[in-house]
Design a protein around this ligand. Structure first.
Ligand code: 13P
Length: 249
């Protein structure tokens, strides 16, 4: 089987003004000058998607950070998947732990959003991950396995789907799991994907996210079944983001 091309994606969260677009210019320049052996994507806030797409194409893809599960209509403040696609996005992060916590998003809602994203031609990046309490209770594998089983379904397009394993306790903390723990979880997620999608589950990219930095990227991304990274804080600076991507060179 041909190896899966990795994906390094940046999640800007609720950060970024038009002044930040200079970082995207720098990313594009670096991506063209020294292309890493991976796909690249930046998920800026929705206010910057159009501008980001204009700057980054075709070297770096653009993604949203959430979308509605509903078609366009009377839903003030929400964004339809189709609108993200229209703005230039080709990916959308769904079910990030911050949205699961801040907006009480359930696995069922994340699945509905993934279906809406796929239907609009967006590749969903579906996030899963355990809390510190769940890991300490020895429940990390069970919790993440249940999230995978309930946030995904066989009718999604496995060819475009991306899954991101982001332990909640590793996000923005500087803490990371051991390489062995990352590998164990990614192998577990792979088994869950094969259960849902059959042979096609073997080709789904599984990203690791949570305090990925230039200093630890090579080690974390070298773990079994890790098909790239979902980077938060370090994706705000072109130098850091591209140094992480350079782990694939
Ligand atoms: P940090 O890289 O800032 O820990 O954030 C990870 C994350 O939540 C990406 O979605």
């Amino acid at each position: 089987m041909t190896a899966i091309r990795p994906l390094v994606a940046g999640n800007w969260k609720m950060n970024g003004l038009h002044a930040s677009l200079a970082e995207l210019d720098a990313m594009r320049a670096r991506a063209l000058a020294a292309p890493p052996a991976c796909d690249l994507a930046i998920c800026p806030p929705a206010t910057l998607i159009s501008a980001a797409a204009a700057i980054l194409a075709p070297a770096i893809a653009v993604g949203g950070q959430d979308c509605s599960e509903l078609p366009p209509g009377a839903h003030t403040g929400d964004l339809a998947a189709q609108q993200l696609r229209d703005a230039g996005a080709t990916f959308v992060i769904l079910g990030h732990s911050e949205r699961r916590a801040d907006h009480r998003e359930t696995d069922a809602l994340v699945l509905a959003k993934a279906r809406a994203a796929s239907a609009a031609g967006l590749a969903p990046i579906v996030c899963v991950g355990e809390t510190r309490a769940e890991r300490e209770a020895g429940r990390a594998l069970a919790v993440v396995g249940a999230q995978v089983a309930a946030s995904l379904a066989a009718d999604l397009d496995a060819a475009t789907l991306v899954v991101a394993y982001e332990p909640v306790w590793a996000i923005g903390t500087g803490l990371t799991p051991t390489v062995a723990d990352v590998a164990q979880m990614h192998v577990h997620i792979r088994a869950g994907l094969v259960e849902i999608f059959g042979a096609k589950g073997a080709g789904v990219r599984i990203l690791y996210g949570g305090s990925v930095k230039p200093q630890n990227a090579r080690e974390l991304l070298g773990a079994a079944e890790v098909g790239g990274a979902l980077v938060g804080g370090a994706s705000l600076k072109a130098a850091d983001f591209m140094a992480i991507a350079a782990a694939y060179s």
